[in-house]
Design a protein around this ligand. Structure first.
Ligand code: BYC
Length: 481
């Protein structure tokens, strides 16, 4: 077993990167640490900081048994720096340097581009914690509250992961960027987070589940692409982040499933078969399916924006230079250089949406977005199975990629969820049919009351099939102090 796999818990910052011998970086990180803790106290979960939360902490990077579960107070969580094991023989898998040994140091000519990728990735992590900070107070169960806090501490660890790369490999600029990551705030007018979706609010638990389903999945796709990077420390860092990320998407997927299950059960028990009889469904204290659809429309479209423009020279350069690959690049059977390849891209041609063949290199954002949509659609299919099983005639659908876009070619037009181009006036008149309205928000908010008795669940969500770490659903996942 290479040395780098054992996690050292003796330093103030747990790590498997030999920090105790790397005094310069250890010192820089120790200097950053107090500001980080101030950020966590100011912008991390509101309340519950003294509570004992049944959390998993990464203790290794091996496939089996990498985490241990125990009660922890969140501010005492051991945020560590963990990189997947190094493959000393690893070669760059794509772009113009394909076949050369992976870089262990930053190549000078790609420094700015790599730093930008690390900063953007790093910026999203604390942003999501900030967006979710109010949710503990309205958790539908202790099980859900624990999942929220697990997601939060791990997103915060992902901030550490990027800060380590910035501090270790990017000198003074890296240190300044690491400070900037603690300075920006989600939704702040003067110092907002860098990407659109991370400045939106997460007002309620349905939004939280949608966010972890749709937006964390963008995280997965982006991390998978960075895990292919020729810059080996970035590849190894993101590879391990993906191990943690899987749980976050599970929280979203299973959360939405449980909401649907409860709604369908309540409708059937009350003899309501029309999913559009919104008042009747809401009077049961559950979330009607059309409101779920609107929330999905919103979160899917916000997440599509995170893939950048359909045609992007940034993306082409990052690929050609070996910095950011395609989704699971190592599993793709082609020349991994794409010099003469094309890819079908949806574009606006004379005001109409058309598919055109574009050079595959500049279409990489589009390709990743397509991979994302395929995966996302698979979950929606599972949700629909549940509705069908209940005997209710309703189908949740992903809106067209043209709908509600702020980035890329479709930001110039407005369309219905089906992709029909509309006048601004008509869009404005009808948008409450497609996106959560103030009334929808107020209704969902009215259901958000904390349920903190072990084994109890709020009326709008079904209990999970099982707890976490083989514990049953009535385990006291958070001991509230
Ligand atoms: N909002 O050439 P383009 C996660 C900017 S989520 C605002 O198309 P590119 C997580 C862009 O920066 C994953 N601005 O962009 C999930 C550029 O600006 P400059 C996070 C945007 O570079 C849940 C200009 O527009 N990781 O981990 O091809 C919880 C031209 O754009 C946006 C990454 O994203 C936007 N949405 O693609 C916690 C990976 N989109 O440079 C965590 C790293 C574009 O001209 N990032 N712009 O001033 C990247 O790979 C790319 O930067 C992007 C953009 C995919 C984001």
């Amino acid at each position: 077993m290479p040395d780098t796999m054992a996690v050292d818990y003796t330093t103030s910052i747990p790590n498997n990167v030999g920090l105790s011998e790397d005094r310069r970086v250890l010192k820089a990180l120790e200097k950053w640490h107090p500001g980080y803790l101030d950020w966590w106290k100011e912008m991390g979960p509101e309340g519950f900081q003294e509570s004992l939360v049944y959390l998993r902490t990464a203790v290794g990077v091996e496939t089996g048994g990498w985490a241990k579960f125990d009660y922890v107070k969140m501010p005492e969580y051991r945020w560590g720096i963990l990189l997947a094991p190094q493959d000393k023989e690893r070669l760059i898998g794509f772009g113009q340097h394909k076949g050369m040994p992976a870089w262990q140091e930053v190549p000078g000519e790609y420094r700015a581009m790599l730093r930008r990728l690390c900063v953007i990735q790093g910026d999203t992590e604390p942003a999501s914690v900030e967006q979710q900070r109010h949710l503990g107070a309205t958790a539908p169960s202790l099980y859900d509250m624990r999942n929220l806090f697990q997601v939060n501490v791990e997103e915060a660890r992902h901030l550490w992961a990027m800060v380590y790369l910035l501090q270790k490999y990017f000198g003074k600029d890296g240190r300044e960027e690491a400070d900037g990551l603690l300075r920006r705030r989600s939704g702040d007018v003067d110092q907002p987070r860098m990407l659109g979706a991370f400045n939106e609010t997460t007002p309620d638990w349905l939004s939280f589940f949608m966010f972890t389903y749709f937006t964390d999945r963008d995280g997965k796709m982006q991390l998978e692409s960075l895990a292919q990077s020729g810059f080996d420390p970035l590849a190894r860092t993101t590879r391990f982040m993906l191990t943690e990320e899987a749980h976050h998407m599970f929280v979203g997927d299973s959360g939405i499933n449980r909401v649907i299950k409860r709604t369908c059960e309540a409708m059937i028990a009350a003899g309501i078969h029309d999913p559009y009889d919104i008042n009747a469904v809401r009077s049961l204290g559950v979330i009607d399916l059309p409101t779920l659809q609107k929330k999905a429309n919103l979160h899917y479209s916000l997440s599509l924006d995170l893939f950048g423009s359909e045609i992007s020279t940034n993306a082409a350069n990052a690929f050609t230079n070996g910095l950011k690959g395609r989704y699971r690049e190592d599993k793709i059977d082609d020349d991994h250089q794409l010099l003469n390849d094309t890819y079908p891209v949806l574009r606006l041609v004379n005001g109409q949406v058309e598919t055109t063949l574009e050079p595959a290199l500049t279409a990489l954002n589009m390709r990743l977005r397509d991979d994302y949509t395929r995966e996302t659609a698979a979950g929606v299919k599972r949700w629909n199975k549940q509705i069908e099983k209940a005997g209710i005639s309703y189908e949740l659908k992903l809106p067209n990629v043209t709908f509600n876009r702020k980035i890329g070619v479709f930001s110039e037009i407005e369309t219905s969820p089906e992709g029909l181009i509309l006048d601004h006036k008509i869009f404005e008149e009808r948008k409450d049919e497609w996106l959560p309205s103030q009334d929808d928000g107020a209704f969902v908010a009215s259901l958000m009351h904390a349920e903190v008795r072990p084994g109890y669940y709020a009326g709008w969500i079904a209990p999970p099939k099982m707890g976490i770490d083989n514990k049953s659903g009535d385990f006291e996942f958070v001991q509230i102090q």
